[in-house]
Write a protein that binds this ligand. Structure first.
Ligand code: BV8
Length: 244
């Protein structure tokens, strides 16, 4: 394990963690851009858009129903559990996840922003109200609200803005945190892709955990290459030993 990383994190008062699809890969959930990055022959950019939903809500919902089927059976992996342990180890902690799979929430984590939403939550396209819809498979496609309007997944699609409360909370933390661990993201999707540089600009220490280099590697103070399910538990172990 990288001594500089353990040293710096052991002095950290406010830890920010950002995760992407890679943290859930060892749970058997396909990533977006890796070799298995095709979601049933669709690319997220094709279907995770308002225009695709407008044009063909049935196909978009079939895609989400298929994803919910995989995610519903997916177990937490040691990487998810290690991040929950990090929350308990630091006096100030926030997790910003780009994932919509809800797996971090299953660990009982408290300080989390699901910045791209959650595919277990649905939103009425007429009234805007949200609710949890856990059926796997869905009883009807597309699912309908009691008011009769179509429900949509309560996620942020490409071309849609991140909800302002989530964005404000994230931007504040980028300035306050003194260390950031970025896990399992290709750094391809904005605005989250710009967050590591923002932490650097405010003097923060940036650690990347990924199986391969990404654009974030160029700005990270340290890149730990390997499976997050192996690296994060090791990092927790070293930090606990360091703290004695
Ligand atoms: C917005 C929800 C204002 C849906 C998703 C500035 C510049 C350029 C483009 C833009 C820009 N600003 C806005 C844009 C457009 C767009 C964008 O960024 N496009 C990209 C493709 C260029 N952004 C937006 O539209 C955002 N909105 O900015 O609003 C606005 C509005 C209109 C016009 C302009 C501005 C909204 C983006 C949110 C999109 N929604 N998901 C759903 O999922 O159903 S994004 C989707 O990608 C997922 O949330 C996913 O998490 C996210 C990012 O992907 P990653 O998580 O990084 O996953 P990926 O597969 O790419 O990488 C996995 C990584 O894990 C890899 O590096 C791999 O090596 C690693 N890995 C694999 N296994 C492991 C591992 N690491 C460790 N251990 C392992 N075992």
């Amino acid at each position: 394990m990288n001594e500089k990383v353990v040293e710096r994190l052991s002095q950290t008062r406010f830890l920010l963690v950002i995760t992407g699809a890679g943290i859930s890969a060892e749970s058997g959930i396909p990533t977006f851009r890796g070799t298995d990055g095709l979601w049933k022959n669709y690319r997220a950019e094709e279907l995770a858009t308002p225009s695709a939903f407008e044009r063909d809500p049935e196909t978009v919902w079939q895609w989400y129903d298929w994803r919910r089927g995989i995610i519903g059976k997916a177990p937490l992996n040691p990487g998810h559990l290690a991040i929950k342990e990090l929350e308990d180890m630091f006096e100030n902690f926030l997790l910003i996840t780009q994932n919509v799979d809800g797996l971090h929430a299953r660990t009982g984590i408290r300080n989390m922003v699901e910045i791209h939403g959650n595919l277990w939550r649905v939103r009425c396209t007429r009234e805007g109200k949200t609710s949890m819809l856990m059926d796997v498979p869905l009883k009807s496609i597309p699912p309908k609200c009691e008011c009769g309007a179509i429900l949509r997944p309560d996620v942020v699609w490409f071309g849609e803005s991140i909800p302002s409360h989530a964005l404000e909370q994230s931007f504040n933390i980028l300035e306050q945190c003194d260390s950031l661990i970025v896990v399992g993201t290709s750094g391809a999707v904005y605005p989250v892709a710009s967050f590591p540089q923002a932490v650097k600009d405010h003097g923060g220490f940036v650690v990347e955990v990924n199986v391969e280099p990404t654009p974030i590697s160029a700005i990270a103070d340290a890149s730990l290459f390997g499976n997050s399910g192996d690296i994060l538990p090791m990092l927790v172990k070293w930090l606990k030993e360091k703290r004695g």
